[in-house]
Design a protein around this ligand. Structure first.
Ligand code: APR
Ligand code: ZN
Ligand code: ZN
Length: 354
């Protein structure tokens, strides 16, 4: 599925996927979720390297691998991730590969039949029957899981779960507030439940979202159109504020709410991505006077080789319901409609099955 130019409708085209070179793999895609970032690519909000090959939340089966690839082999069931980390840079060596300076995604060579080079979304491009990626972008997981469920760990759901369990280090008995309960926020709720949080307070401006958050594990809900969420979170936590507050909207007012809704020694985890012009003014005395930590979370600070198989195992054991994030499965030619539904807030995830 190609985004041919700024704001033009997406369309299906025949593409040429070359054989994998050294360090590369060709993956037969089985499922790929529709994410806001795909829409941003289509709208020209990321860069102008049209045409884009969209799709980046994917799972499938390795079809062929290049010379020297030993970690994955043809036939392996894998989840794709958008950063193949180097394992050698300062960030990798310090155990923070999510900040890797030298990612090794495949140098893209996929084209249209007339030779036009394609730019695969986030180095993946998986709204396609096959795609070329770096072998390091493939993580093997238990093939018993449905592909449409597995693929979701490739982006938004991992970002949310990871915000809770990796960045926020939510612990047993903690109180957690999640501001913004779309796909990412709901995944943070599920992550907080998984980590044993005692109280999980979901905040949103849309009651439908709060109902879903409850089904994901929220113990309390606050509609922040009607109620001041900072006051409500304090009240629900004995006057202190939450141990961990996760912001999953990306707006100044919700960043502010997150800042003030935490316990003095609590942690704020910022997952929502703001736009360049957004600013937030805070009294310095409030910044100084509050201890704790202010952290941003990149891709859930995940380590795919550690986190993907673990979360799939928990799902297969019935301890984490990743299937709850799949609102509908669709065909490739329904992506445009899925963008509209996503825009209206009607779905958590539409997943293309191939
Ligand atoms: N206060 C509370 N909730 C809000 C507010 C607000 N002022 N404004 C919007 N929301 C809610 C929406 O109702 C919706 O439920 O935030 C949620 C956002 O969800 P989605 O649009 O589905 O976005 P999602 O995919 O969850 O991503 C959220 O995380 O990774 C980032 O780039 C991503 O910035 C985005 C954020
Ligand atoms: Zn590195
Ligand atoms: Zn995404």
């Amino acid at each position: 599925m190609i985004a041919p130019g700024k704001d033009e409708p997406v369309r299906i085209e025949t593409i040429v996927v070359p054989d994998p070179g050294p360090g590369e793999a060709v993956v037969r895609v089985q499922a790929c979720g529709v994410c806001h970032t795909d829409l941003h690519y289509k709208q020209g909000g990321i860069n102008d390297d049209f045409p884009f090959l969209l799709g980046h939340e994917a799972a499938g089966v390795v079809e062929s691998v290049g010379d020297d690839v030993t970690d994955v082999a043809p036939g392996d069931f894998v989840i794709l991730n958008w950063r193949a980390v180097c394992g050698k840079c300062r960030a990798c060596l310090r155990g923070r590969p999510w900040y890797c300076f030298d990612t090794h995604n495949a140098k893209q060579r996929m084209t249209l039949t007339d030779g036009t080079e394609l730019s695969p979304a986030l180095g993946i491009g998986a709204f396609a029957e096959k795609t070329l990626v770096a072998a390091g972008q493939c993580t093997k997981v238990d093939p018993a899981v449905a592909p449409e469920v597995a693929g979701l760990l490739g982006c938004g759901v991992m970002a949310g779960i990871g915000a809770a369990i990796n960045t926020g280090s939510v612990g047993r008995g903690d109180s957690v507030a999640v501001i913004g309960c779309g796909g990412v926020g709901d995944a943070a709720v599920a992550g907080a439940r998984l980590a044993g949080a005692a109280k999980i307070i979901a905040v949103d401006i849309d009651d439908r979202k709060l109902d879903t958050a409850r089904s994901m594990g929220a113990t309390h809900t606050v509609n922040s159109r009607e109620t001041d969420p900072v006051e409500a979170i304090r009240e629900l936590t004995g006057g202190f504020g939450a141990d961990v507050v996760i912001e999953a909207v990306g707006r100044p007012e919700t960043y502010r709410q997150a800042f003030y809704a935490r316990d003095l020694a609590g942690t704020v985890v910022l997952v929502g991505v703001p736009t360049p012009e957004m600013k937030l003014e805070l009294p310095l005395l409030d910044v100084f006077g509050r201890g704790g930590a202010l952290k941003s979370s990149w891709y859930g600070d995940c380590l795919p080789s550690r986190d993907f198989p673990m979360l799939i195992d928990l799902h297969l054991q019935g301890r984490l319901d990743l299937g709850a994030f799949v609102t509908e499965t669709i065909q490739l030619d329904e992506v445009e409609k899925a963008f509209e539904r996503m825009h209206r807030g009607d779905v958590l995830r539409s997943v293309v099955v191939l």
